[in-house]
Design a protein around this ligand. Sequence first.
Ligand code: SF4
Ligand code: SF4
Length: 297
Amino acid sequence: MALQSLDIQARSATTTAVPGVRETLDVAKLIDISKCIGCKACQVACMQWNDLQGEIGHNHGDYQNPRDLNDTTWTLMRFYEVEPEPDRLEWLIRKDGCMHCADPGCLAACPAPGAIVRYSNGIVDFHQEHCIGCGYCITGCPFDIPRLSKKDEKAYKCTLCSDRVAVGLAPACVKTCPTGAITFGGKAEMIHYAGTRVADLRERGFTEAGLYDPPGVGGTHVLYVLQHADRPELYGLPKDPAISPLVELWKGAAKPLAIATMALVGLASLFHYVTKGPNAVSREIEKEIEHEEEEQA
Ligand code: SF4
Ligand code: SF4
């Protein structure tokens, strides 16, 4: 079955059911951190394919540049110097970007209809023409990914190269990676391949190696093979990411409450109309107005 589909399965701030969408395979990008050499080819390929122009940065004494994701840096190599055990230094390098959550907090939080969509293949995309620049998607994202542009006040993030995937191509970062640290395909296939990588790492002494596919957000469409899967914080990843309770409240209780309040106000107005009749101007008020008009003339 084809991976390429831009059939929309879910839209932000939309209560109407989506029309029937074609069955497609869930896609996934697998990032094997143990194979990454931090060359940043993926960071450059992302900017090149998406025609993004970064600002000239400053050297902070390490290889991470720019310091953080921004509206024109949708993927960023993060460098961590850690001591997983006393006297054992490790340099961990992680490609950061949108995780394409199955249950995306950004989409749940967004109040603009259609500004955020999830395609049937699992890719979460932002449609800037509908974005109102409120930044709620940033609050809703458990991975701190979207960034607002100062130029047009719209939110931006990695698209998982939805335009390339739609025509059967792999994302630009996957295509360019010189060590094969990033692979792309059906999610089931990627999980299977990750299993072989994890087994290899365990044989090589990384007893806690494993796959990062957090269930708190329904799983993700960007997966990591981690040498220390028991401690994702070493890589700057949240241990148990989940949609914030505030967003859940907005999505769960507050929205129906607001709708119920509006319905009650409507009912009360109808009741008033039925019992009291339409608003009418009394004869005395009419006379008063006529009198004032005569005086002014
Ligand atoms: S990582 Fe953040 S921006 Fe990406 S889909 Fe998940 S919630 Fe949305
Ligand atoms: S800033 Fe984010 S939450 Fe707000 S409308 Fe744009 S995409 Fe939606």
